[in-house]
Ligand binder design. Structure first.
Ligand code: ADP
Ligand code: MG
Length: 615
């Protein structure tokens, strides 16, 4: 067979092919036209549609309008005023940039654009029909732009056939109108569906806009979110569990004003709601993410619903933290308020006028001689998140930190002695070698020991992977050998460097298909050096297929899962106490890395109510 000749497609065919991606239904036309209006700086946008947008879509704006020369180019493919260079593409400030929408629309519908720039005497009207030369003529019109799209897909029967009923198409359009109405509460929006006004909105604060678009009293069921990290700002509102729905329809996520869908971020939000919603329930949310445009790629999909972040993991955590923080502030998540957990002893440093502070045992009243004055309290280790500031009383008597006191305390005493000596410690019991009960100020908290430890190890591992620290490793007196199969060797190779950061020092002997372990992280218990490594490798391989997180995150989670104490391990009082202290030093103490709750709180109030006590 002779090779068919190659030719370059004529524009109208190329445009129609492109239109297949950009314009799928009337809703896509509405979306593109609204985005153009917003990019033109419109303060007022009106949308009229007829027959679900199939026969007419008319969008009016009061934006900057176009010159005649620009209008002429507007319907040419890849003609745009929004970017000029690759650099512009990397830091997009507009919703549009592909220069494809008007060209695509013009290839599958009758298009008319009427536009005037504010200073100009008269405006221009462009008429454009598929396969016909476009016409431009002067016209009288208000400043701004109107785009009129008639008979969508009249020349593409295959497309027309795929359209749904008018009411269904109208529903899609309404969804888009709601999305942009939410994203731009500071603009006026008018939406008319050919039979009546659907909504007419003046500029208003976001909360009022949400009320106007859903129902007026929804505000009482929303909690605000406002969270800022070095990378990103996240704000908006979360619906209380009481207004959760059975579908995902009421979930709105915006990135720099652009409505987006993103599975990982949605997962982070659900994670924040974990154990507050049933599996079949979906939270209501309107969340805005503000991020440096250089840190995100919007150009992954012609319709631009999907975006790619340069640091997906950091985004995931920022969103999760934003949700958790807002829930804590609004007391949807119980806070641990335990007296004196911070200090591991009943010893306190008392400021002493004109001399070194005194260290006093509050139980016995005994004053303990100090060689050198301790520096007064700073919290040990990493600063904990502010809402977890454990409540400590007595402003004039500052509790000394465990570190300061370590030097003057006797060497670690047995648990029996501790129990006797420190009766004022928060009361803790271990149940069935599995759960730790802690009496709190206003109730009781039940902590799952395995999950709690998992959380602690996960965060430590993340830190170690991020900022290599020297002292995570303990040398083994006698190196141990761990046989690995081919798959495990592959995973080991992939992770070798990060395993070292975690504290493993290993040498792979490929000829013997074994890895020699010379040092392990300090948290690994004696005897578990080899099994821990194998289990971490296995767990990692599994997480890579099911968790939407980065390799490092999955390694940290695997490590947390496999190195943690197990259900069934008996703990001494001191071990329990350390676990609880470490837990509340975590950034996100309330859920494990894969979303299971770490703790459950029963409020005294609730118990009183159940037992019929009125307080
Ligand atoms: P893009 O938005 O990706 O640039 P479009 O095909 O949607 O591509 O629009 C082409 C160009 O037409 C835009 O870059 C803009 O200069 C101009 N334009 C389109 N709609 C409007 C409008 N409503 N007001 C002012 N200019 C507009
Ligand atoms: Mg556009």
């Amino acid at each position: 067979m002779e090779h068919p000749r190659i030719t370059i497609l004529p524009d109208h065919i190329a445009n129609q092919i492109a239109a297949g991606e950009v314009v799928q239904r009337p809703e896509s036309v509405v979306k593109e036209l609204i985005e153009n209006a917003l990019d033109a700086g419109a303060r007022e946008i009106a949308v009229f549609v007829r027959d679900g947008g199939k026969s007419l879509i008319h969008v009016l704006d009061d934006g900057c309008g176009m010159h005649r020369e620009d209008l002429e180019l507007a319907t040419v493919r890849h003609a745009t005023s929004k970017i000029r260079s690759l650099e512009d593409l990397q830091r997009l400030a507009t919703l549009g940039f592909r220069g494809e929408a008007l060209a695509s629309i013009a290839s599958v519908a009758d298009l008319e654009i009427i536009t005037r720039q504010a200073g100009d005497e008269h405006g221009w009207k462009l008429v454009c029909q598929p396969l016909k030369p476009q016409r431009i003529e002067p016209t009288d019109c208000p400043a701004g732009t109107q785009v009129i799209v008639r008979n969508l897909f009249f020349n593409v029967p295959a497309r027309r056939k795929f359209l749904r009923s008018d009411t269904t198409e109208l529903r899609y359009i309404s969804e888009t109108m709601i999305r942009y109405g939410l994203s731009y509460p500071d603009r006026s929006w008018t939406f008319h569906d050919g039979r009546g006004m659907v909504f007419q909105l003046q500029p208003q604060p976001l909360l009022e806009r949400i009320g106007a678009l859903f129902h007026a009293d929804i505000a009482g069921s929303l909690i605000p979110v406002d969270h800022q990290t070095d990378l990103v700002r996240i704000e908006g509102f979360l619906g209380l569990p009481s207004i959760a729905r059975t579908t995902k329809a009421s979930q709105y996520l915006f990135l720099n004003h652009r409505p987006i869908t993103n599975r990982a971020l949605a997962h982070a939000i659900y994670q924040g709601y974990e154990h507050m919603l049933e599996k079949s329930e979906h939270p209501f949310f309107v969340l805005f993410i503000w991020l440096d445009p250089e840190r995100v790629d919007v150009n992954v999909h012609p319709q631009k619903h999907e975006v790619k972040f340069d640091d997906e993991r950091a985004m995931y955590h920022a969103v999760l933290e934003a949700v958790l923080q807002s829930m804590r502030q609004h007391e949807l998540i119980p806070q641990l308020r335990v007296k004196q957990v911070e200090s591991s002893a009943p010893l306190i440093a008392v400021p002493n006028s004109g001399g070194a502070p005194l260290v006093v045992n509050r139980l016995t009243g005994e004053v303990i001689p100090l060689q050198s004055p301790p520096t007064l309290p700073s919290s040990p280790g990493r600063p904990r998140s502010s809402s977890y500031q454990l409540r400590t009383e007595q402003p004039q008597w500052q509790p000394a930190t465990s570190q300061q006191l370590a030097s003057i305390l006797a060497p670690a005493s047995s648990s029996a002695v501790e129990r006797e000596t420190f009766p004022e410690q928060p009361r803790m019991w271990q149940m069935h070698n599995k759960y730790i009960f802690v009496q709190t100020d206003d109730g009781i908290m039940i902590i799952d020991q395995h999950i709690a430890h998992e959380r602690i190890l996960y965060e430590r591992a993340l830190d170690a992977l991020e900022h290599a620290s020297a002292d995570r490793s303990q040398r083994l007196m006698f190196p141990v050998e761990l046989p690995l199969n081919a798959r495990e060797i592959a995973i080991f190779r992939e992770l070798a460097e990060d395993l070292q950061r975690l504290g493993y020092d290993c040498c792979l002997h490929e000829d013997r298909a074994t890895v020699e372990i010379r040092a392990v992280p300090t948290e690994i218990r004696p005897g578990e050096e080899a099994t821990s490594l194998r289990e971490v490798l296995e767990q990692y391989a599994e997480y890579q297929t099911i968790r939407p997180a980065s390799a490092r995150d999955n390694l940290a989670a695997s490590y947390g899962c496999r190195a943690a104490i197990k259900a069934g391990d008996p703990l001494s009082v001191a071990e329990m106490r350390r676990l609880v202290e470490d837990l509340f030093r975590c950034r996100t103490p309330e859920v494990c890395p894969h979303g299971r709750p770490v703790m459950i709180h029963f409020a005294l109030r609730e118990l009183d109510r159940r037992f019929g006590r009125t307080s």
